[in-house]
Ligand binder design. Structure first.
Ligand SMILES: *[C@@H]1O[C@H](CO)[C@@H](O)[C@H](O)[C@H]1NC(C)=O
Ligand SMILES: *[C@@H]1O[C@H](CO)[C@@H](O)[C@H](O)[C@H]1NC(C)=O
Ligand SMILES: *[C@@H]1O[C@H](CO)[C@@H](O)[C@H](O)[C@H]1NC(C)=O
Ligand SMILES: *[C@@H]1O[C@H](CO)[C@@H](O)[C@H](O)[C@H]1NC(C)=O
Length: 433
């Protein structure tokens, strides 16, 4: 364990200074993930801070810390004002307007548990997160009918040893009943936020992200990141979440990010009538011999595998196009549209990681991380075409390879195939009679 032994200077926030008016819901159309599909994006670096999302901001305020926990420690009494400023400025309604322009129909919004409860001993900041979340979500729902995935990214004690799970080196969420009980308080607070938002039908609730108890971080991103006992602990939590959500409003879907084990690994542990959707993360920047040139075939094979056994719908809650080798500017537009098309075809869509991203670390090949992770840049440069993903992909990729990798046929070929099948069947029936 790499617990920091430093002083814990807690960062005290003022709650409730902002408030958005509630409204009784007129529209009672809840999302059924079995039929719903979305083109989404994550609002990362807003209510959860990460060193790699906005390098300049991090360098200005973190005092060299590796994670949000350390950033607050270093900011001391300035913490509240710096964080409130971040919430007010990193994401605004004009970001929602820009996202809508590019066909975004869903926002996945990560939050820390500190947005929902005060957890004794935690350095994470509890301020006006809920008010800012409410303001942006309400705007996106009222103006554009967007769907919101409310994501609790980390949980008390730390759920994966990473900066995003609470803090670097924190794994204490697992097997710790105290932290389990606090997590359920987080869940109850988030459910009542959704229920009282005026638009409960516009939310999906995702109560955890990338749980992992294997302290060998080289397993991260693989099924081995979560041990068998970790699996049992995660299941105990998700069942409790389903129970708590069901007691308030069964129609609010629960999205389960099942670590790096797919839907088919978990599906037997849930009854088929559970209002459950799986979030599967598909990344290409590590672990495989990916290049900008070959990544469409990885994206398509992942897209085909993502639905698992089909018992529950799946959604690709995080993905990006940075590859391990030979990143190439000119292939970004194609690779983005292949991902948009393939995750929409085989799953229920996805949400890119992430809306704004400015990390300047260089990548293999051309450019920096920001060149491959910053969705707003892609939007501003008109790379995103949800209405014509396949034709963009076809124009920039060989049609035959697209058919082989992604099972995609040009519409007229698909039409001809269907026509021939129908005619042949009719012939057979004629001969038979
Ligand atoms: C990234 O930005 C920081 C300042 O924020 C600077 O010190 C560093 O040299 C930059 N790195 C690259 C690769 O440009
Ligand atoms: C539970 O986790 C907290 C910190 O997150 C820790 O202080 C406490 O000792 C843990 N309890 C047990 C029984 O390990
Ligand atoms: C999950 O389901 C599998 C297969 O039915 C079963 O073997 C396992 O015990 C279940 N796990 C838990 C924690 O209930
Ligand atoms: C990356 O590009 C270089 C130069 O074109 C090539 O030699 C190398 O094999 C490529 N790497 C991979 C993994 O394809």
């Amino acid at each position: 364990m790499r617990w920091r032994s430093a002083f814990f200077i807690s960062c005290i926030g003022i709650e409730g200074a902002l408030s958005a008016p509630g409204r009784l819901s007129q529209n009672t159309k809840y999302v059924d993930w079995k039929t719903f599909k979305a083109y989404g994006v994550n609002l990362g670096g807003w209510l959860v801070q990460e060193s790699t999302i906005d390098t300049v901001w991090w360098d200005t305020y973190s005092g060299g810390a590796a994670d949000e926990w350390g950033l607050y420690e270093n900011l001391g009494s300035q913490c509240g004002s710096v964080l409130e400023m971040r919430y007010a400025t990193w994401i605004t309604t004009s970001d929602v307007d820009d996202a809508d322009r590019a066909g975004v129909t869903l926002l996945r919004i990560p939050t820390t548990y500190a947005a929902w409860i005060k957890y004794p001993g935690s350095q994470l900041y509890s301020g006006n997160q809920k008010a800012y979340l409410k303001q942006i979500a309400t705007y996106a729902i009222e103006k554009y009918d967007m769907h919101i995935i409310l994501d609790i990214h980390g949980l008390p004690g730390g759920i994966n040893g990473l900066t995003i799970g609470e803090a670097d080196g924190h794994w204490n969420w697992f097997y710790n009943e105290t932290n389990f009980d606090y997590s359920i308080q987080v869940v109850d607070a988030a459910i009542s936020f959704i229920q009282e938002s005026g638009y409960p039908e516009s939310f999906t609730f995702e109560p955890m992200n990338e749980p992992a108890d294997n302290e060998d971080l080289s397993t991260f991103g693989t099924p081995a990141a979560l041990s068998d006992s970790g699996v049992a602990w995660v299941l105990k939590y998700i069942h409790a979440v389903l129970d708590h959500v069901g007691r308030v409003n069964k129609k609010i879907p629960v999205m389960f990010q099942g670590s790096f084990r797919g839907e088919s690994y978990w599906s037997a542990n849930f009854s088929s009538n559970a209002n459950l959707v799986f979030d599967v993360h598909n990344y290409y920047f590590a672990g495989r011999t990916t290049t900008s040139a070959n990544v469409p075939s990885y994206i398509c094979s992942d897209a085909k595998a993502t639905p698992g056994d089909g018992k529950f719908p799946t959604f690709v809650g995080e993905w990006s196009i940075q590859t391990v080798y030979n990143n190439t500017f000119a292939l970004r537009e194609r690779n983005l549209n292949v991902g948009l098309a393939a995750f929409h075809k085989y799953s229920h869509g996805g949400s890119y990681w992430t809306w704004k991203f400015s990390e300047n670390a260089t990548v293999d090949g051309q450019g920096t991380q920001a060149d491959y992770w910053n969705y707003k840049y892609f939007v501003d440069n008109v790379y995103i075409h949800p209405e014509s993903t396949w034709s963009i992909a076809e124009r920039m990729y060989s049609t035959t390879t697209l058919a082989a990798d992604c099972g995609h046929q040009k519409p007229f070929i698909a039409y001809l195939t269907t026509l021939l099948t129908v005619l042949t069947l009719r012939q057979i029936r004629l001969y038979a009679s």
